[in-house]
Design a binder for this molecule. Sequence first.
Ligand code: BG6
Length: 488
Amino acid sequence: HKKLDDFPKDFLWGAASAAYQIEGGYDADGKGASVWDNFTKIPGKTFEGTNGDVAVDHYNRYKEDVKLMADMGLKAYRFSVSWSRILPEGTGEINEAGLLFYENLIDELNKNHIEPVLTLYHWDIPQALQDKYNGWESRQVIEDFDTYARVLFERFKDKVKYWVSFNEQNVFTAMGYRWEAHPPSIPDVKKMFEANHIINLANAKAINSFHEIVPDGMIGPSFGYGPMYAFDCDPENVLAELNGEEFQNHWWLDVYIHGKYPKVTFKHLDRLGIAPTIEEGDLALLQSAKPDFLGVNYYHGGTVRANEIERPMEKEEADLEKSFEATDPYLMKPKDEQAQSPETMMFTNVNNPYLEKTAWGWEIDPVGIRIALRRLQNRYDIPMMITENGLGAYDELTDDKRVEDDYRIEYLKTHVEEIQKAITDGVDLIGYCAWSFTDLLSWLNGYKKRYGFVYIDRDEYSEKNLERIPKKSYYWYKKVIETNGREL
Ligand code: BG6
């Protein structure tokens, strides 16, 4: 038993959010529509048809929200900027009122000594660009995204030090181009890999612009990282783990950090006819852009075994797999059995019998966050920030307006303990942003699935009064921050 290191002196104890999930004000002060404004209006797409028109009304109540952050002692607040608030058409005319909203928010944070962590893109591309050229499918978006990013870099270069380029590129491309769960809801893996490559180029170009305009700042993507485990030590399953880790993780991370695609996966996709088109100059651009840190969103990992085609499953394993598939929408099999499945011959996702799950079927795996940080430190060796981690749960507001969310405290405590162990191991971690500060709109699950330290009194059916009510976990985290993690 080694003694644990203290958290670094300037450790960024934070919390996170995303524009569409909290702001509301969907058409306020000249804002243009994003793809999410329209997608949520399509019947059947979200739980009870919830949308972000009002969300938790952060657009009008940001001062009250920052006051709650300040009272908690929060050191960092991660939020995203809505592209179509700044450029309603995606390009062209700048909407000064939109910029001003974020400027006021940032000023309020700085005044309260809360480090702003600004995410450029959390899934809400302007609808105008989707209509004009299918958004991420066109190379024109590389230029347009860079123009948008430059507007923010120029305006906030002296006020914001930490920037996140893309949030969970792996998730929004898969949800949008494979599982039909997010816009543009086109099930076509070829398009998914093409769009993904274009996003890589947009990411690289914006990072280069950042280094030119904000030389003292730090920028990096936030990746949705889930460490892969082998089902057991059968070498076939260990090989499947290697495949899973490369296909689900290194496929993005190697590009971000080293500017190149992992060879085995590229060759595999090429054989299937779905590898992205690499044009002249692409790799040079990817290699020229070096992130200053890596944002890591950690919820859970995944367990894999060799694919059925290579080795038939025992009945018990097959049952485990079934129960797994039924619970995790992020890893669903394609609806159409005929759809191309690039995992074929590489690995199959199975249930992990050692782990409990949340009410939404997400594995609860605190040790996994240490494994994640250790693997990433080992392979990429750059500073990291946990940009999301948290528990989605049903919360209950008592008659005397309390939320006793001991389960959330337990979840966060066990994860923070493991990151302290990772730091003690030698991992270079600069901050931890819990997801989320206030309750917010869960993209597909309305307001039932809550993550916040602060309860928002509203549900799917009524905005009620949108009152902010700190939960028990709010006071727990306040203490954690006060003691720099000595009291968990
Ligand atoms: C992450 C996203 O994937 O997971 C967040 O970056 C999201 O925006 C979070 O809210 C939790 O997902 P869900 O589906 O439980 O709301």
